[in-house]
Design a protein around this ligand. Structure first.
Ligand code: HEC
Ligand code: HEC
Length: 321
């Protein structure tokens, strides 16, 4: 091998490559660059040893740490299932009151309940449970069939007019359609119901309807129209309406009662799931179970923020009960 040529100007050896008279100098690589380069090689070798790295004919080199994202995810899911299972078992064992009073159980029930509600109840009761015409509002503390935890659980298990032998069943007669009352009497009763909810109504009609109400309606709605949860008869004196507050809606209900149907969930949801969703509904309604229309801060902040406004702003208008 001949001696390498040196560049006259810089004194550095050339590589011997030359293009149109320009020669390439053979400067050494910068030291920092070399250090990084060797460090990368060292890290790569350590990585090959520890982690899955090289493909083989049948799979890959697993690395001595046995790390695998697939296995990690599977383990996480297993751990979550175990935790859920444990909490699910606790839900099943605890009473509804215990669940509501124990913070971690309540938190679990609320999360479970929200998911169950979204999948099963929201199509009828609305995403936040605010209801709609014919579908009970579950976000206020006004109840057709009772708002204690046990009442709600019972409603959920067996449903309302669901066909289940233990369902809540009372049925308002269709006074007009079935000829139980004359059309004029139904008109008068409409005025009477309007007057019950503290609105201006024709005094003559109200006077004519009073004895009919006492005879035909008081048995379920109470002599003063305040309703009766034992038979699911709504309070007719408040501003919450299941089917609408206007005369037309009231007349239609007296003429031909709707008899809303709520499915029984006992065969579709597990006992723990029913408890979770019962606690969810109870807490979100304000949770007292007393017939006070006020919403309390016990509702979850996110849902309450939207739904409080819905119930309070719609209260004087036709709001679902
Ligand atoms: C197919 C529609 C439908 C579905 C689905 C449904 N509901 Fe209902 N629900 C109703 C109707 C209609 C009523 C009111 C019935 C009446 O006239 O008394 C009602 C009433 C209720 C009541 C009683 C309210 C009161 O004031 O006493 C509760 C509690 C309730 N639903 C909870 C639920 C929950 C929780 C779910 C989901 C697991 C659910 N509902 C799913 C239609 C439905
Ligand atoms: C057998 C019990 C029963 C009798 C008797 C009865 N009701 Fe009802 N009423 C109910 C029930 C239950 C509901 C709610 C149910 C449904 O149809 O979904 C209701 C609903 C209503 C509503 C709708 C309330 C709302 O919030 O939208 C009006 C109005 C009403 N009744 C008026 C009357 C009048 C007037 C009479 C007498 C002529 C009468 N009811 C007799 C049980 C009864």
């Amino acid at each position: 091998m001949s001696e390498r040529e040196r560049d006259d100007h810089s004194g550095v050896e050339t590589t011997g490559h030359e293009w149109d008279g320009i020669k390439e100098l053979d400067n050494p690589l910068p030291r920092w660059w070399l250090i990084v380069w060797y460090a990368c090689i060292a890290v790569a070798i350590v990585y090959w040893v520890l982690f899955p790295a090289w493909p083989t004919l049948t799979g890959y080199t697993p690395g001595i740490l046995g790390q695998s994202d697939r296995v990690n995810v599977a383990n996480d899911i297993k751990a979550l299932d175990a935790q859920r299972g444990a909490e699910g078992v606790m839900l099943e064992k605890a009473s509804l009151e215990q669940i509501e009073k124990t913070p971690n159980l309540q938190a679990f029930a609320m999360a479970e309940g929200q998911a169950i509600f979204g999948n099963n109840c929201a199509p009828c009761h609305g995403q936040g449970g605010a209801g709609g015409k014919g579908y009970a509002n579950l976000r206020d503390d006004v109840w057709l069939w009772g708002g204690q935890l046990a009442d709600i659980e019972q409603t959920l298990k067996y449903g309302i007019r669901s066909g289940h032998p233990l369902a809540r069943v009372s049925m308002m007669p269709s006074f007009g359609r079935d000829g139980l009352l004359k059309p004029q009497e139904v008109n008068d009763l409409t005025e009477y119901v309007v007057s019950l909810s503290h609105r201006t109504a024709s005094p003559g009609a109200v006077a004519r309807a009073a004895p009919i109400f006492a005879a035909q309606c008081a048995a379920c709605h109470g002599p003063d129209g305040k309703g009766n949860q034992a038979v699911g008869a709504p309070n007719l004196t408040d501003s919450d309406w299941l089917y609408g507050s206007d005369r037309r809606s009231i007349h239609d209900q007296i003429w031909a009662a709707k008899g809303g149907v709520m499915p029984a969930w006992i065969e579709r949801l597990s006992p723990a799931q029913i408890k979770a969703v019962a606690v969810y509904v109870h807490v979100n309604s304000g949770g007292s179970g007393q017939a006070t229309p006020a919403l309390t801060s016990a509702a979850t902040p996110t849902a309450a923020a939207t739904d409080n406004t819905v119930s309070t702003t719609t209260a004087p208008a036709p709001a679902a009960q």
